[in-house]
Design a protein around this ligand. Structure first.
Ligand code: FE
Ligand code: FE
Ligand code: MG
Length: 170
């Protein structure tokens, strides 16, 4: 950590700042992997409602990138060093990247739903850890958490509709 930088903004925090920076760097790595998971899935996806699903996957990819942006800015504000090498992403991330070997919509959606559930757990933990001890990070974690919950629902809705379509065509 750099000396004397933003001293008061960090001094008010009643938590282990290094532990928080580590959690945020894990989240940052997960956001980049989530971005690529969505983006590459959107390029490959095949099957029912592909156009609609591709559009939503690309939208979510952009939202994951915006999460990375909020997280990196907070790490720097905390005088921390953001993960500097993409080589580290898969090591630091608990939410793992899964190569989309099967381009079928159901398989792509399942991979992204898995990622969203992992992200929800991550931001719930950061929100818990910073609750009353770091209001700024807490507000960021809660805002991102709400978007991850929305992402999960968007993807689950597609799965429901695909299943209805399958039932109707029987
Ligand atoms: Fe995200
Ligand atoms: Fe998400
Ligand atoms: Mg959405």
């Amino acid at each position: 950590m750099k000396e004397n930088a933003r001293k008061k903004g960090v001094a008010i925090l009643t938590l282990d700042v290094q532990k928080l920076i580590d959690m945020l760097n894990a989240a940052l790595s997960e956001e980049w992997l989530a971005y690529y998971q969505y983006w590459i899935g959107a390029q490959l996806v095949e099957g029912p409602m592909r156009t609609e699903i591709e559009t939503e996957l690309l939208k979510h990819a952009g939202e994951e990138l915006a999460h990375a942006d909020r997280i990196v800015k907070r790490i720097i504000e905390l005088n921390g060093t953001p993960v500097l090498n993409p080589d580290k992403w898969s090591k630091l991330a608990r939410c793992k990247y899964e190569a989309p070997k099967d381009p079928h919509v159901e398989s792509i959606l399942a991979q992204n739903i898995c990622g969203e559930r992992c992200a929800i757990q991550r931001y719930q933990e950061i929100a818990d850890y910073t609750n009353t001890t770091d209001y700024v990070t807490h507000a960021i974690a809660v805002a991102i958490l709400a978007e991850e919950v929305e992402h999960e629902k968007d993807l689950e809705d597609f799965v429901v509709d695909i299943n209805l379509l399958k039932k109707a065509s029987k």
